[in-house]
Design a protein around this ligand. Structure first.
Ligand SMILES: [Zn+2]
Length: 248
């Protein structure tokens, strides 16, 4: 059983028979992140993938672990929060633009956060950014409070509960990100403090409002924290070729 994000029918779960066999004509279309024309047939109450033609395989995403991880975050978010047959207008085209841009962007993490934010907005549960969710006044910074679903202004902060401080710069960046304009996103440069605030806001919002923690996000975070082990000195033997390489 494979999950497909489709333009016309939303999320489709279908049996893809024989894809493990050598020479299967369906197998290339079932690879992760592949854009394809798909034909489904109904058999015994379940959809079955009957024909497929690959349009764009997005190979670079499968050759780079970081880009692969960020592409997986978007797909996992959709699959885990969408019902089969549920159609979110605009989502399919946004996902294709995202995968295409993820192949070459200089800032995969920013693009991934922007996708997550835009997806939350599309689903009607995006964070309130420019208006305080408590008093409704325009807000240029303050604190993100998950239970209020957005950035609470300075006046409402004391009674708002546990929060994450959000600077004016981060509010501006969030405003620029939420329309998912790829060209504009490519020109954005994040200060380390802004990146820290943004990452925590997106993660906290998804956890609180969707009650999920993404496995692929843990994978990406693990990659960013990974450091190569310190090199050991070469072993004191004549035929030591490759001794270190095996441990690398
Ligand atoms: Zn307020």
């Amino acid at each position: 059983m494979v999950s497909f994000c489709t333009r016309e029918h939303g999320l489709v779960q279908a049996v893809a028979q024989g894809i493990g066999k050598p020479g299967s004509s369906l197998a290339p279309a079932v690879e992760l992140f592949t854009l394809s024309h798909l034909f489904f047939a109904e058999a015994r109450g379940a959809d079955r993938l009957s024909q497929a033609r690959v349009i764009e395989p997005f190979y670079p995403l499968r050759r780079d672990m970081t880009r692969y991880g960020h592409a997986a975050v978007a797909c996992e978010l959709i699959v885990r929060t969408t019902e089969a047959g549920q159609r979110v207008p605009g989502l399919f085209d946004m996902l294709v633009s995202y995968l295409r841009a993820m192949q070459s962007t200089g800032n995969p993490r920013l693009l991934s956060w922007a996708f997550e934010l835009a997806y939350l907005q599309m689903s009607g549960i995006g964070p309130a950014i420019d208006r305080c969710p408590v008093c409704g006044e325009a807000c240029t910074g303050g604190a993100y409070v998950a239970s209020h679903g957005g950035v609470v202004c300075g006046r409402c902060m004391p009674e708002a509960g546990p929060s994450l401080t959000i600077s004016r710069g981060t509010v501006r960046t969030l405003g620029a990100m939420q329309h998912f304009d790829i060209d504009r996103l490519d020109r954005l440069h994040l200060a380390p403090a802004t990146a820290e605030e943004l990452g925590r806001l997106v993660r906290d919002h998804i956890r609180y409002h969707l009650d999920i923690s993404l496995k692929s996000e843990k994978f990406v975070n693990g990659l960013s924290q990974w450091r190569p082990p310190p090199r050991r000195s070469a072993p004191d033997v004549e035929d030591g070729d490759g001794g270190d390489a095996r441990d690398g």
